[in-house]
Design a protein around this ligand. Sequence first.
Ligand code: SF4
Length: 494
Amino acid sequence: MPRLSKSRIMSSLQCLKRVHLEINRKELAHYSRQTEAAFALGHQVGERAVQLYGRDGGTYIEYNGGRFAGALSQTADLMSSMFRIPVFEATLQYEGVLVREDVLLPVSEGGNDSWRVIEVKASTRLKPEYVHDCAVQAWVHLGAGHPLAGISLAHIDNQFVYPGDGDYQGLFIEHDLTEQVFELLPAVPVWVEAAREAVAGPMPEVPVGQHCTSPYECPFIEYCWPNDTRYPIAGLGGGKKKLGLWVMDGYCDICDVPSSEISGETQLRIHRVTLEGVPELLPGAKAFVESLAYPRFYLDFETIAPAIPRWPGTRPYQVLPFQWSCHIERAPGVMEHAEFLDLSGAPPMRALAEHMIEDLESSGPVLMYTSYERGVIESLAGMFPDLADALQAIIVRLVDLHPATRANYYHPDMLGSWSIKAVLPTIAPDMDYAKLEGIQEGVGASEAYLEAIDPNTSEERKEEIRKELLLYCKHDTAAMVRLVAFFANQPTST
Ligand code: SF4
């Protein structure tokens, strides 16, 4: 009988093929940078929960390299002790299902001793799948012979404002899920049995579809979705449900799908251009860039959005810029460059805003790619009311290159994406982000910044990160310069 963890049961509820692969073919899994960052975040949030719930004592159950025997017996000892204290990562097993309970608090009511379980999540809202997660825990908890007074879900309150001095009281919001969880308990053994059969038997035949990214991104997407073709069908975009139906019909490449089966305007365009094999560049692109006055400012931020606020006055997941790059085009082809990066570890936002106000001068379009930069500047204006007028003056000069690109340009190699990282290799292969040494995308930039401001990071490493960050952010604005030049100089298709 294969042992299953709560995570595996949750995987099986998403897809029986996924749980089979996780146990039998784990080498096929591919975790995106975002997913790995989410795992790391979960650990950080869990550690903060231990500090908050354990302020009056408590024991954390360690485990080594997947050997749970020690963790199980230590948990059993603590739960049977007459000195009842909070237990963190309490490890319990029932019918071959193993759970680690984030927070286990002793409860005494009417002379009866019991426990309250709190599951901690890094998200900012209660999601339906959390009830299933808690139901598996409750089933194991009760099955292992321990009374359960209640089970709650604690998630981050994104309205919490950090007052400083390590005071994180109020960081979490708790939801009592006891009633919903107890209603679900009879279903848990059915889930467990289905998961066990999927693991022990041949690989279940599950077609790809919406469930591949919902409620979680599955690490086997590269394995299950067609990808050994020039233009994999996922690049057609639209809903995963419809794409999955096409895959079931045997269509693997965008070109396989008959146009009579496509109804969405964007999908039809992607399909048509891909079939024609010739990039589409409409006259609107050239007209758009010709309407831009000089000097032109090409602006890009790098930011962090820590789940656990670092600086007083900030909220969980608040987007906080620490760097910007700006290429300034005074006249056609006459370029200057300005930049800001603060790796001191102090809040960088104020100095960043002041330098930006100065370097972006008072007139000329400020080009960005997507509206992200607008949101960052609006947030800075909210943080520093005395700078709000000057920041607002920049906001009214913002020009978004993304919608103009989307409306006027498509290359089959973009595979359904108009992100700058998808567009750039098609117009400037020498500038492909994949060729950058070190940091190649935004998550990497955020992680590098946090590493650089960590007091344990050596000066040598910090310098290395500084160079990589400056290079990466400058690359982002240079990419926009190249895109505008491409639009200005290319003959257009009709
Ligand atoms: S990619 Fe989709 S079909 Fe394949 S295992 Fe994951 S969820 Fe299941």
